[in-house]
Ligand binder design. Structure first.
Ligand code: NDP
Length: 333
């Protein structure tokens, strides 16, 4: 049986491009004892994957040139020689970008599609949802009446953070890159205010206007100048959750920004970075709460679905051009 896979053709310098990816047709061997054959249904594209394209030390090892790109996948078991799985099971895991995958079953989990659609396990009930849940609740410690600002607000993580903050009684302000996203945040996701950072003439002042009592919690998905503008508006004893720095992922030179530690010092600010898997022991609790909120209609969810395996690179590159609202996914047809 043949399959198509996508490998890292070369390491990007700056913004990734199509030539950094290569499609290959491979011949799959017969299944061995203990193995399963998976047909992917949805493949996730995530900003962190940009870091894995570099040959640099990080919390996940770099992709290797001429080796398949690995990412979050949900798929159907179409053949099994592993007693843990049967044909027809839906599973999720970190798997190679391929149209058919032979796997030994280690590290993949069955998903319950009667609870939620399969794609949700890559978004609101998966890594991005858990990132929002643990980052906000464990580090942010939101209290009713507090003001939270979220950058990258209209994406997979940001939309969930904003809604959980509303559940917790906060005044919620989102920052995003288009007027449509601003409208979406206010109308679909219940944000109190939203700011388009691309059209803002003075982001620092616009944040001040949206946060009359200053910012108690900043959930940072983007870093860079947007974060500089939020830092200037931080309150005493505020918390900064450093979740992502997407505005810097494609930089080729170290950026210099304002020296913000005097603000951290004089306003007793907590600044804490985290990686979602720091909370891995508590994932079942997070998934249970998120799925309850989804079932009860307290969390709504949006996906941008690009159709076709061959459009994976396009969908991934689209993250850096802000082409998604909510979670960006590829549906394998
Ligand atoms: P998103 O769904 O938010 O997609 C990325 C969005 O980032 C784009 O839609 C775009 O929105 C915005 N963006 C892209 N380039 C820039 C830029 N130069 N400046 C400002 N905004 C930009 O992604 P996720 O929700 O999956 O991830 C959000 C962040 O959280 C990322 O930084 C990611 O790396 C991080 N993350 C961290 C985790 C952790 O464990 N710490 C786990 C998961 C994600 P716009 O139109 O608004 O510009």
């Amino acid at each position: 049986m043949k399959a198509t896979q996508i490998v890292l053709a070369s390491r990007p310098v700056g913004i990734p491009a199509f030539e950094n990816f290569k499609f290959e047709v491979i011949e799959l061997p017969e299944l061995k004892e203990g193995e399963v054959l998976i047909q992917p249904t949805f493949i996730s594209v995530d900003p962190y994957m940009r870091g894995r394209m570099n040959d640099a030390k990080s919390y996940t090892p770099p992709y290797q040139v001429n080796e398949p790109i690995l990412g979050g996948i949900v798929g159907l078991i179409i053949e099994s020689r592993n007693s843990r799985f049967k044909s027809g099971d839906m599973v999720q895991g970190t798997l190679p970008w391929a149209t058919r995958i032979i796997h030994d079953g280690k590290g993949i989990q069955k998903i319950d599609t009667s609870l939620a659609p399969a794609s949700y396990y890559l978004g609101i009930l998966g890594m991005p949802g858990l990132t929002a849940y643990f980052g906000l609740l464990e580090i942010g410690q939101p209290k009713p009446g507090e003001t939270i600002v979220i950058s990258g607000a209209a994406g997979a993580v940001g939309t969930v953070v904003g809604q959980i903050a509303k559940i917790k009684g906060c005044h919620v302000v989102g920052i995003a890159g288009t007027d449509d996203k601003v409208k979406l945040l206010k109308e679909q996701f219940g944000f109190d205010e939203a700011i388009n950072y691309k059209s803002s003439k003075n982001l620092r002042k616009d944040i001040k206007a949206a946060c009359p009592t200053d910012v108690d919690i900043y959930f940072d998905n983007v870093g860079g100048e947007i974060s500089d503008a939020v830092f200037a508006n931080l309150n005493f004893k505020s918390r900064v959750i450093v979740c992502g720095q997407i505005s810097l992922y494609n930089e080729t030179r170290m950026q210099l920004g304002p020296r913000f530690l005097p603000i951290v010092l004089t306003r007793s600010v907590l600044v804490k970075g985290f990686i979602v898997r720091d909370y891995a022991d508590h994932f079942p609790e997070g998934i249970k709460q998120l799925s309850t909120w989804v079932r009860d209609g307290k969390l709504t969810y949006k996906e941008t679905i690009v159709k076709g395996f061959d459009r994976l690179p396009e969908a991934f590159l689209g993250l850096f051009a802000g082409q998604n609202q909510g979670k960006m996914l590829v549906q394998v047809e």
